[in-house]
Write a protein that binds this ligand. Sequence first.
Ligand SMILES: [Zn+2]
Length: 128
Amino acid sequence: MVEYKFMITRNAMKTNEFEDSVYYRVACSCGADDHDITIEFEKDGSMIFLNFYKNIAWCSHWGSHLKYRQKLWKRITAALKMLFTGYIELEESFILTEDNIEPFIKALIEGEEYIKKQREKLESKKVG
Ligand SMILES: [Zn+2]
């Protein structure tokens, strides 16, 4: 097993940290690398923005019973919706099992603590 510098626990690692943000990557339980989720904690004043980044595939969980032309038509109508409305709704699963639910929770807790520490550092600089 490869030991990463920022590994916080098995199936989760801190991938980057900055003065006002920190990033974690948690593995999907299915084991596919491109299913991993990246969690960003971003400090913005008194708020913490929690952003999730994940690769999403069109029609990955449904529609596999459709014929090629039907799938193509769904893609075309989705592309047109995106073109004319500016948004599209997509969904993708991130599988949590006992192998990665604790790492996922640990990343959430550690990220929140990191942002709190950064906020305290910034506030102590203002006072001092
Ligand atoms: Zn997966």
